[in-house]
Design a protein around this ligand. Structure first.
Ligand code: AMP
Ligand code: MG
Length: 346
């Protein structure tokens, strides 16, 4: 039976007026050493619970599969490479290597997951809090820079990989969240959920909208001042922020961050944080890390080479640098907006 249009309206109005307004379904999962917040709109609590349970299971499997130092498929692969032997790949590891080879080449090697040995040398392959230990010796760092393992040292052959350099040690910390969040979003879509956010600390991807309006998300302030900016994200967009403020070791008053410049072997210092908005979460995540490494002189060139358009970089003085296209997408807090430098389009 078809109802006259005016009656349908009236019916909807009455129904919505009787139904208590319920916000989106929200749940928090602890995985990847961080908190992942899932927000779903237009679902019942039961649908929400089921969906998040599925995502949590995937995240746990992925965490185990590509963890950089807890024993599992990735540490087995790294051990094989160190012995000079071919290593066996899971489908995800193969995909992560393929994507990383491409992004590493585009970023002139500034994003390079082959530098796990260097990350470990700096003490970041540990679950323990970093406790003011001295940095590695200049000689150990120089030896590492000399050996310079790269993603391009890896040769894929079906589900087997060989390395031309036994110093390659894969660490997907700079891309794994973006990749995993995009997988989660794919899964939500496959479950028929069309509106939501999966937010894994430094990065997130959204689908659909919230009550007919774009999702509005916050970008963290790199100097610990809460939220730096708000961004409205469109269906399928991701935003990732990286910075050496996230994880660091402090020794004799100097902070040594976890994002390391493969050219020098030392943590990048000039860029406090880099934010990248992109339709591919893996690209946004890897690129945010690459731009922190690039420094104030090189970030625009690297962004162009990586095909980015929507980027925001915060320098050591807390000032923001971005092209107009990004400025059009972000809103700063009205009471204390930062100094903004608009750079030419990328
Ligand atoms: P993110 O928080 O996405 O910037 O990733 C940082 C993590 O990526 C670090 O904790 C390291 O595990 C790893 N990493 C550090 N420096 C690099 C680099 N230059 N290229 C790729 N991965 C890196
Ligand atoms: Mg990253």
């Amino acid at each position: 039976m078809r109802l006259p249009a005016f009656l349908t309206f009236a019916l909807i109005f009455t129904l919505s007026a009787c139904t208590p307004a319920t916000g989106p379904y929200q749940e928090r999962i602890y995985v990847f050493g961080t908190l992942v917040d899932v927000t779903l709109a237009g679902v019942t609590a039961e649908q929400g619970r089921q969906a998040v349970a599925e995502l949590a299971k995937d995240f746990q499997d992925e965490h185990r599969e590509w963890h950089s130092w807890q024993p599992g498929p990735l540490t087995d692969l790294n051990a094989a490479i160190a012995r000079g032997e071919p290593g066996r790949l899971t489908p995800h590891l193969r995909r992560l290597i393929e994507i990383s080879q491409r992004l590493s080449a585009q970023s002139e090697g500034l994003f390079d997951p082959a530098i796990g040995g260097l990350v470990r040398l700096w003490g970041f392959h540990s679950d323990d809090p970093l406790t003011g230990k001295p940095p590695p010796s200049a000689q150990a760092i120089a030896e590492w820079v000399q050996a310079r393992p790269r993603m391009s040292d890896l040769v894929l052959d079906g589900d087997v990989v060989r390395s031309r350099n036994p110093k390659v040690m894969l660490d997907f910390g700079a891309i794994a969240k973006g990749y995993a969040v995009d997988l989660a979003i794919e899964k939500l879509r496959a479950m028929g959920i069309a509106n939501g956010i999966v937010n894994a600390g430094g990065g997130m991807t959204v689908i659909g909208q919230r009550d007919g309006r774009p999702w509005r998300v916050g970008v963290r302030h790199p100097q610990g001042k809460g939220v730096l900016a708000a961004i409205e994200l469109r269906d399928g967009e991701s935003v990732h922020t990286s910075g050496n403020y996230e994880r660091y070791n402090e020794h004799e008053g100097i902070r040594y961050g976890h994002i390391i410049d493969p050219r020098t072997g030392y943590p990048g210092r000039e860029v406090l944080s880099a934010t990248v908005l992109h339709e591919d979460g893996s690209v946004a995540d890897a690129a945010a890390t690459a731009l922190v490494v690039a420094g104030m002189k090189d970030w625009q060139r690297i962004a162009r080479r990586m095909g980015l358009r929507l980027v925001m970089v915060v320098d050591q003085a807390g000032e923001v640098h971005m092209p107009q296209a990004m400025a059009d997408r972000v809103r700063f807090a009205e009471d204390s907006p930062p100094i903004v430098h608009v750079v030419p389009p990328l």
